[in-house]
Ligand binder design. Sequence first.
Ligand code: GUN
Length: 293
Amino acid sequence: MEILDGKKLSEDIKNEIAQEVAQIKAAGGNIPHLAAVLIGNNPASESYVRSKVRSCDQVGFESTLIRKDDSITEEELLEIIHELNTSDDVDGFIVQLPLPKHIDEVKVTLAIDPKKDVDGFHPVNFGRMAQGLPCYLPATPFGILQMIERYGIETSGAHVVVVGRSNIVGTPMSILLSRKAKTGNATVTLTHSRTKDLAAEVSRADIVIAAIGIPNFISADMIKEGAVIIDVGINRVEDETRKRGYRLVGDVDFDGVAGKASYVTPVPGGVGPMTVTSLLMNTLKSSRKEIYG
Ligand code: GUN
């Protein structure tokens, strides 16, 4: 079994991006600028956003963090989005999800200018993705594609089983891997909470993509010998032996599948770091006006 080392791969990609930024700087060009909006004190969101801002620093991007209390009104948040949409200085921005209950996430997503939607969540980018048109790919699926491609894993003709149908991971992943494209041409089964015999579906997969948010859900007895296992889950489970009182585990029983799979992503250090580098890649594309001109 080989580890799909997202941490190492993301460092390689960040080094490549940093070199490009150095060239842009030397030529007197515009430094890519990512803004992040963080509402409230959700510890997981704080940690993700911190990692995004730190990664911007690492590659030489400019970054702006806009932090607001969770008492912010929907109207105030929409005003911030309007300012970011119209700012000449900001190439791309994200609004970290989830948002407080009194704010409509759909309304917020729709308010973001697709040209600056480096998360790739706006339906315009989603629709363009589905039709194979230039767009910002959603960061997690984009990161997984990068990982599959750079490790030379063949997807053409492979049977992929995606577990979980969220708008930001499972559904776009199923579309991307079934596209007629380089890392695509797979036969994809998208499974979810109403799937009749999930274990039977997973057992047929050459590649399993687990994105359901249930700790250790995918076990060794469910998978085929030699399968590639991509674990998108980042779940906190209580652990009194750790200083912070918890540890992170994925949706896959890593130790269990390790003896049977050909490749597995660890948690942490697998898909997570790749998501952040994808966001940087989308921001670089935006600053170069690569997608929308
Ligand atoms: N919440 C969990 N993942 C993400 C992400 O990739 N982007 C944003 N904006 N929020 C998230």
